[in-house]
Design a protein around this ligand. Structure first.
Ligand SMILES: Cc1cc2nc3c(=O)[nH]c(=O)nc-3n(C[C@H](O)[C@H](O)[C@H](O)COP(=O)(O)O)c2cc1C
Length: 364
């Protein structure tokens, strides 16, 4: 069976395009529902939701679509707060606060962002979404067993072949191969993630060769040309984040939309400065300063405590230089339209490219 058909059957979807889970200012329910209703698969980034909210969002999504959807969680380690580092980081970032008349960041030793836990697992087992995906780690066997026992398909992100093999050995059903181009946080967990930046074109075929489970390509996929290329590399489907950010249903800020509408290939870089984990976002004076000085940082997600007030200041003053705007290297390909229109456009572009390539082959 062609790889795309394997994924279609496994997920009960018509079009093997998955809208990547993304944590934004507001929940992604309308966008995810629109993608699922259009025949692809919508996703909700649930990592920051307390259990009560998780249950509420699932029921909102169920009311908005009868189709399959994906719920996504982080598997990061509990952070270890280092009081010595606190002073170092405060000294380093104080100029940004002084210059803008902002109060110093609040106590940075704690976080509300819990890693995946048994309470969330219990809700998933009860609610039975079609798919559950994980970022930043390899789910434990009992978690996978519990999800699989009620018919939930599992997926997780790999950024190297080594991580993909670890996910398959753990029992994960689908590997999301996330290339260096991808917007948002790198899902790395077994590799030195700042030194192993493997691009989507190199990563996908190597993971396809290394594992037997379906592989979904992610990172820098912005139009039908890249979808056709992913198919050629052996991917069963595509996992697109940045491209869906410009959809009319995406709950992004006016500033984020403005940045995307004039985005270029050199806008972003990978920085740990905002959250403590490598994340592809638009470059800012703060992230460039941190990249130059390469300080030691607190664990994810404690760094949000230091960068948070700057971000709020950026929102209040409509200033792009203080935003934490996540998007990938292919953002310049984005188009503003509804999610259904985008899915239709991507599908027809892919078919055109594949047909054109067939014609070129015959000409050779
Ligand atoms: C704004 C934004 C937020 C993201 N949040 C998450 C998330 O919560 N969970 C996750 O697994 N991936 C997240 N990602 C990464 C995506 O899953 C995916 O790997 C990435 O968007 C693919 O690259 P692309 O943006 O070039 O399409 C996020 C990406 C973006 C752009």
């Amino acid at each position: 069976m062609p790889p795309a058909d394997i994924l279609r059957t496994l997920l009960s979807i018509e079009i093997p395009i998955i809208q990547a889970p993304m944590i934004l200012q507001a929940p992604l329910v309308p966008l995810a529902a629109a993608v699922s209703n259009a025949g692809g698969m919508g996703s909700l980034g649930c990592a920051e939701m307390p259990v009560e909210e998780l249950q509420q969002r699932i029921s909102e999504l169920r009311s908005a679509t009868p189709k399959p959807f994906n719920l996504n969680f982080f598997l990061h380690q509990e952070p270890r707060y280092d009081p010595d580092l606190d002073l170092e980081i405060r000294n380093l970032i104080q100029p940004f606060y002084n210059k803008n008349g902002l109060d110093a960041p609040r106590d940075a030793s704690s976080t509300d962002l819990e890693t995946f836990n048994d309470d969330k697992l219990a809700i998933l087992v009860e609610e039975r979404p079609s798919m559950v995906s994980f970022h930043f780690g390899c789910p434990r066997r009992p978690v996978l067993d519990a999800l699989h026992a009620v018919g939930i398909v599992t997926a997780a992100t790999a950024t190297t072949v080594r991580e993909a093999i670890a996910l398959q050995e753990a029992g994960v059903m689908i590997v999301v191969a996330q290339g260096w181009e991808a917007g948002g946080h790198r899902g790395s967990f077994a590799s030195n993630f700042e030194d192993t930046g493997i691009g989507t074109l190199a990563l996908v075929p190597q993971i396809v060769d290394a594992v037997d489970v379906p592989v979904i390509a992610a990172g820098g996929i912005g139009d039908g040309r890249a979808i056709a290329a992913s198919r050629a590399l052996g991917a069963s489907g595509v996992w697109m984040g940045t491209a869906f950010l410009s959809c009319l249903e995406a709950p992004i800020t006016a500033l984020h939309r403005k940045a995307l509408s004039s985005a270029g290939d050199e806008d972003t870089h990978l920085s740990r400065a905002f959250s403590g984990r490598p994340c592809r976002a638009r470059q800012t004076p703060y992230s460039q300063h941190m990249a130059r000085t390469r300080p030691r940082l607190q664990d994810f997600p404690l760094m949000y405590n230091y960068s948070g007030p700057l971000k709020s200041f950026g929102i209040d003053t409509d200033n792009l230089d203080f935003q934490f705007l996540l998007y990938g290297q292919a953002a310049a390909l984005n188009r503003e339209m509804t999610a259904a229109q985008l899915i239709e456009k991507l599908t027809s572009e892919t078919a055109t490219v594949i047909a054109q390539m067939g014609a070129w082959d015959r000409a050779v």
